[in-house]
Design a protein around this ligand. Structure first.
Ligand code: SF4
Ligand code: SF4
Length: 702
């Protein structure tokens, strides 16, 4: 009778919990699919099936990103694998539940492998490892408590109570498992004779009692059922949604080209688009695509993104984590409206209706404009996010609505837009000036007018800064000279080159981006350009990754990639020693966005005399200079200036030179260093140079 009663209780509780969880899952599904379609995500996953399978193995099962944070990553690794392996214990528990009711003896084992000591060992080992993981999590949470560290805590803003509840529930899963298994050892119903070391040890301190075994079994199942209901109603939903979010994110890590604007799943054609009927970016939560909703559901509130964000770290209100969480909370709050039929809408409470009037972005909106405009598109958040949430997509879509529909953006950026529109460059200089730098060289440079000459291998994409900004022009001339010395034939477009459109796109002015990009693609295609070398990582990223969206397909390299190859092949030989200590700053659009970390360092390593020292934040955790995301064209009024923060960090390495590989980084870091020099906080001799300038110095003087 005991086992029949236990089985009835267990199965009724299971049915109730599954019904509750199922209802919630259905709600989440309906909410996500009430958003904009995103067929491109399914198409992308289909076309990159191999990469997607690899991503599931590496990111989800291998926990690649989490393991970069060693203590918490290791703890999470074991807790996550406990979920998989302990599913076999639940199989045994339900087997015992049913078998006990049918035969009166709950001595169930999984067919074929169910008495294998290795399985018993694995179950106990992972449970103990998860228990240690829980202790590690608790210590990490206490040490990083927002109460102690304030903004400096990555958990600041997260729902802390919910996180502790989850830890408590996992703890309950583990101790009830050992109670049930230990009692089963004593009653002779345990499937393993050896291997399950912890269960067998627990058995020694438990009485031999069938009642205890039944209680342990029921508690173990009950805890899991309560946990299931909590999970689907909490941030721990990521247990189920993370594999999906990884599947539908862009590979390799959610970074990649800015996406074209879509309305109802189709790319917007600006000649036909109608702001009245088409979706222009995101002005309300209902404009979010289902992938955006999946991002909301998947955020674990771990705060890794926040801890890396240059805006957050310099006192600005933007936290990429809160950007996601605030939208998520709003989406849940207005869900009754989004999911209601026309008639039901009329009977909704005033609270829900009032929320509907809340703009997505605005002084009283879900997202404050200062949050939206603080982003440099540096990608540190996306790079670090263990579940591949694509914060930049959210930011860009909201900016698009603000710029194109509301005409609401920092007024300084308006000058840049006007200059781009009228002159094709952000400074508003005459296009004729684009070739002025050539006159300062002592060799001829091919100006491509209509067709690339047969013997010219590369189109050197100079970029607006490279052509018009004095400091960046030095890089341009250095690269041209190096290519000339190495015998690489190249040509330039001169006045025919227009801005790649990156600043317009990153600001949210997609229409202007599309105009500039189409013009450039036409010029490049008509000239028959196949290979491009660019010095500006923003141009490099746009030409290589975003122009294919408009029919521009080229083999694009950054100058550091080409120069490193030329040095490797012996076509450039740095021989004059440069006895300097150099620290290298990774440009975000070269490093994180395009994974070019090694080549600039390879070049410096080949220059005799150079010693290098990395900054604390380098490589994939490099800290932005503050210029990306069109921030170069906006005032930085809140908090510490990002370029000053970066230079402070550079100065801790006591460098003679700060090197980089981007004209915008060059300007931002140069400005900050000059301020430091003026304040007597940096030695007068410190210079900020491009890696190409170092190389030419060593190659030429030799
Ligand atoms: S892209 Fe960079 S600046 Fe923008 S939210 Fe992410 S980390 Fe912050
Ligand atoms: S967005 Fe990603 S990194 Fe940021 S808190 Fe959420 S899960 Fe963590």
């Amino acid at each position: 009778m005991l086992w029949v009663a236990i089985a009835i209780a267990g199965l009724v509780a299971t049915a109730a919990a599954v019904a509750l969880a199922g209802r919630r899952v259905l709600f989440l599904y309906r909410l996500a699919t009430s958003g904009q379609p995103a067929p491109e995500r399914i198409e992308y996953a289909r076309r990159h099936a191999g990469a997607e399978v690899r991503a599931q193995l590496v990111e989800v099962f291998g926990q690649r990103k989490l393991l970069k944070w060693t203590p918490s990553g290791t703890a999470h690794f074991f807790v996550m694998w406990a979920f998989f392996i302990l599913a076999s214990v639940y199989l045994e528990a339900y087997g015992a539940l049913v078998q006990g009711a049918v035969t009166g003896t709950p001595d169930f084992h999984i067919p074929l492998i169910g008495t294998w000591p290795v399985l018993g060992f694995l179950q106990d080992f992972i449970a103990v490892a998860a228990l240690i993981g829980l202790i590690a999590f608790a210590v990490i949470r206490v040490k990083n408590s927002p109460k102690k560290l304030g903004r400096g805590s990555r958990f600041s803003g997260s729902h802390l109570g919910g996180a502790w509840l989850i830890l408590f529930m996992i703890f309950n899963v583990i101790w009830t498992m050992f109670l049930f298994r230990g009692a089963a050892v004593n009653t002779g119903n345990f499937p393993y004779r050896s291997g399950a070391f912890a269960s067998q040890a627990v058995a020694k301190i438990l009485p031999d009692s069938e009642g205890l075994e039944a209680t342990g079994l029921l508690l173990h199942i009950g805890v899991m059922l309560v946990f299931l209901v909590i999970v689907v109603n909490s941030k721990h939903l990521h247990i189920f949604t993370a594999p999906l979010n990884v599947l539908f994110s862009r590979r390799p890590d959610g970074l990649g080209p800015a996406q074209p604007m879509r309305s109802d799943g189709k790319v917007l054609d600006f000649e036909e688009a109608d702001p009245e009927t088409d979706v222009f970016g995101r002005g309300k939560i209902a404009d979010t695509s289902w992938k955006g909703f999946l991002d909301f559901y998947t955020c674990t509130e771990c705060g890794r993104c926040q801890s890396q964000c240059p805006a957050w770290n310099t006192g600005k209100p933007l936290s990429p984590k809160m950007l996601i969480l605030d939208q998520r909370d709003h989406a849940f709050a207005v869900a009754p409206y989004l999911l209601a039929g026309e008639k039901e809408k009329e009977s909704l409470s005033q609270d829900v209706l009032a929320l509907l009037d809340k703009p997505l972005v605005g002084e009283d909106g879900v997202i404050h404009p200062d949050v939206l405009w603080s982003c440099t598109n540096c990608g540190a958040c996306v790079e670090q996010c263990p579940v591949d949430i694509e914060h930049i997509d959210h930011i860009l879509d909201m900016r698009r609505y603000q710029v194109m529909i509301e005409s609401s953006f920092p007024s300084e950026a308006g000058v840049m837009l006007k200059n781009l529109e009228n002159k094709g460059n952000p400074w508003g200089m005459s296009e004729m000036k684009r070739a002025d730098w050539i006159e300062e060289l002592d060799f001829e440079v091919t100006l491509v007018d209509e067709k690339m000459p047969e013997d010219v291998e590369y189109l050197f994409w100079v970029g607006c800064a490279g052509a018009l900004e004095d400091r960046a022009k030095k890089t341009t001339k250095a690269v041209a000279e190096l290519l000339h010395i190495a015998g690489v034939k190249f040509g330039v477009l001169g006045p025919m080159e227009a801005c790649s459109g990156d600043p317009a796109r990153r600001l949210g002015m997609e229409f202007l981006f599309s105009m500039l990009a189409q013009q450039n693609v036409e010029t490049l295609n008509e000239a028959g350009v196949k290979k491009i070398v660019a010095t500006c990582p923003h141009c490099f990223n746009t030409l290589a990754n975003e122009y294919p969206q408009l029919g521009g397909h080229y083999e694009v390299v950054h100058h550091t990639q080409l120069l490193a190859r030329l040095v490797e092949e012996g076509r450039l030989t740095p021989i004059t020693p440069i006895e300097e200590k150099i620290t290298y700053h990774d440009p975000c659009f070269l490093g994180r966005h395009n994974k070019v970390y090694a080549q600039p360092r390879d070049i410096m390593a080949k220059v005799p005399g150079v010693t290098t020292q990395e900054m604390h934040r380098c490589g994939e955790r490099g800290f932005c200079c503050g210029a990306g995301g069109a921030r170069m064209w906006m005032e930085e009024r809140i908090g510490k200036r990002i370029n000053t923060e970066r230079v402070d960090e550079a100065l801790t390495t006591d460098p003679d030179t700060v090197s980089t590989a981007c004209p915008f980084c060059l300007v931002m870091l140069g400005d900050a260093i000059n301020e430091k020099k003026n304040a007597g906080q940096a030695k007068e001799s410190i210079e900020v140079v491009d890696v190409a300038q170092l190389l030419i110095k060593s190659v030429k003087q030799g």
